[in-house]
Design a protein around this ligand. Structure first.
Ligand code: BES
Ligand code: MN
Ligand code: ZN
Length: 503
């Protein structure tokens, strides 16, 4: 293969862990570089805060902030808005605002008074941890100028310790604190993988990251197939999509054995490390964004890492098909007919509808070879989902109502919203091929997201399955705690779902 040196990272990635603790002590009695409290409408300013200079600036409208300085240190008062509206999402936003302020003033330790206005202490604590950890993400390892030289907020190493104060029963909260921290850190690792360019994060590099999990955890086994084995096993979709690239594809299988007694949870994640569209090439404007077309696969890998770290008592079988989609003399062509792993034939009328081809084989592998009895797949699958739902909801498509509601509940709790779209025999009709069993893209531009979901359903052998199209939510949601970059969407949903299944 033609070699080309990848860029040199200037420093290791900065995904430092945050220490998280809870205490019964009240905010005014603890020491921290920054103390934070949120006040809801009608809530009184505590007397000690009222005595600080500048306390007249305190406002309770949501997102308003007042930074009060005194000889004892800095105190940030955030407006929490109406107590009725103070849900987990708003708490994540407030935590992110505080984290940004902390960076601004170079605070390493932050103490946050658990807001009295929020009713469920567990959900409140989880949201504060998630918002703080997610807001701490930075991707600057390819900047030649060290952030410390750049000075100011960019140079701050970020928050190292988060202390939740005014907690009635700190011990009752410790499992929640740990679970939310571990899941948010896994989301940040996913965001790092999403950010890496395609000349660094190749299918091989992603497989190497998965292999690390087997070294780190005794409960994890990783098995990786290369091009030859993929072809030999009959994974016609993954073989065809990868045929245009010098980069070898990888079929990554991860087993997590948490000694569960229930069904094996199957997870499948699309990992196209670069989607040029292939011969049906994409327009050049914005094509660079397609380095993120591996977001589903990265989320699956890092969420399994989180499950292993938490020691969740369930068994998981994860499959990540990793490949580039490139045009070349060896690429698949529009019109080519391929045979998927389950024997179904597909007429490839658009090489840019590549995700469904690799997922088809991965779903079959996950169910037939790894024995998954319940399946979730995550994929940046269609541009159409951006048109339908924007960056607010991911699309959920499922063949099973119970499974769909369990997945929806986990997603809601994580604040990673999903909206279910229907399956229907009429959509199925659209996927029928003229010269093969199926065709990979619709002749008319009808229901693009459902079309893709309906196509995938052909490969799950009727086990309960939920497909989540994250093309609109993996990047650029503008949510306060993730900003305009990679979001790591899906990780916190999958970890919560697994925790629920583990019981
Ligand atoms: N990776 C894209 C989908 C995508 C679009 C992800 C925008 C993230 C942001 C996918 O492989 C694709 O190209 N889909 C095509 C399908 C079409 C050819 C049927 C699309 O949505 O245009
Ligand atoms: Mn594509
Ligand atoms: Zn794609």
């Amino acid at each position: 293969m033609v070699g080309r040196a990848p860029p040199r990272a200037q420093r290791a990635s900065r995904l430092a862990a945050v220490r998280v603790e809870a205490t019964q002590a009240t905010l005014s009695d603890v020491s921290a570089d920054l103390r934070v409290l949120a006040l809801a409408d009608g809530e009184e300013t505590p007397a000690w805060v009222g005595q600080l200079p500048g306390s007249g600036d305190v406002r309770t409208a949501f997102r308003k902030r007042a930074l009060l300085r005194s000889p004892e240190g800095r105190t940030l008062v955030l407006g929490a808005g109406s107590a009725d509206d103070l849900d987990a999402e708003r708490l994540r936003v407030l935590a992110a605002l505080a984290a940004r302020e902390a960076r601004e003033v170079n605070a390493r330790s932050v103490a946050w008074a658990l807001p009295a206005a929020a009713d469920d202490p567990r959900a409140t604590a989880a949201a504060l941890v998630e918002g703080t950890v997610l807001a701490g993400f930075r991707f600057d390892r390819f900047k030649t100028r060290a952030p410390s030289e750049a000075g100011g907020a960019a140079g701050s190493p970020g928050i190292e310790a988060l202390l939740l104060t005014d907690v009635a029963e700190p011990d009752a909260l410790s499992a929640t604190l740990r679970a939310s921290r571990v899941a948010a850190e896994a989301a940040n690792r996913t965001r790092e993988l999403q950010s890496l360019p395609a000349n660094v994060l190749t299918p091989t590099a992603l497989a190497d990251r998965a292999r690390e999990l087997a070294v780190e955890f005794e409960t994890v086994n990783v098995d990786v197939l290369g091009r030859e084995a993929i072809v030999e096993r009959g994974m016609g979709g993954l073989a065809a999509v990868s045929s245009g690239s010098e980069q070898e594809p990888r079929l990554i299988s991860i087993r997590y054995s948490g000694r569960g007694s229930g069904d094996v949870l199957g997870l499948v994640g699309k990992a196209v490390t670069f989607d040029s569209g292939g011969i049906s090439i994409k327009p050049s404007a914005g094509m660079h964004e397609m380095k993120m077309d591996m977001s589903g696969g990265a989320a699956v890998i890092e969420s399994v890492a989180a499950m292993a770290e938490l020691g969740l008592e369930l068994d998981v079988a994860a499959v990540v098909p990793a490949t580039e989609n490139m045009p070349s003399g060896t690429s698949m062509r529009p019109g080519d007919i391929i045979t998927q792993l389950n024997g179904k034939t597909v007429e490839v009328n658009n090489t840019d509808a590549e995700g469904r081809l690799i997922l088809a084989d991965a779903l079959t592998w996950c169910v037939r070879e790894l024995g998954a009895a319940l399946v979730v797949d995550l994929a940046t699958l269609t541009g159409a989902v951006l048109v339908a739902l924007g960056s607010t909801y991911s699309a959920l498509i499922s063949n099973d109502d119970d499974w769909a509601s369990r997945v929806t509940e986990a997603a809601d709790a994580a604040g990673e919203l999903v909206w279910r779209l229907p399956l229907h025999p009429e959509y199925k009709e659209l996927t029928r091929g003229k010269v093969a069993d199926l065709t990979n893209s619709a002749a008319k531009r009808k229901a693009g997201t459902i079309y893709a979901g309906s196509f995938l359903e052909e490969f799950v052998d009727a086990v309960p399955w939920a497909h989540i199209d994250i093309a609109g939510t993996a990047w650029d949601t503008g949510r306060e705690y993730v900003g305009d970059g990679p979001t790591g969407v899906g990780v916190r949903t999958l970890v919560r779902l697994a925790a629920e299944l583990a019981g």
